[in-house]
Design a binder for this molecule. Sequence first.
Ligand SMILES: [Zn+2]
Length: 114
Amino acid sequence: MPPTRTKPNAQVRARHVPQRTCVACRRTGDQRTFVRLVRTADGGVAVDERGRAPGRGAYLCRAVACWERGAKGALNAALRVTLNDTDRAAIAAYGAQFWSAPPEARDAGESGNA
Ligand SMILES: [Zn+2]
């Protein structure tokens, strides 16, 4: 009498959520919580809003502190580029639109405007 064969559940496929790491603070998380930057052909860095540009990429949190840190050197290391002053200013300016502080710090300092 032949044994009953059952298919082994070898690999239960987990839903894959792309995880990314901020090159400034090393936080990891969902790709959507980061902004991607790519190395450009001329050795600079460009913000890749859609996250699909070809080439070496790096991620930064949507927090101005991380962009400042990125401009100061974290992006240089991650993308193997040497940012000039123009690149740094552009990156810092782009990052300025994001939170000036982590979310937990934002609530504390808020005061009424009345
Ligand atoms: Zn970060």
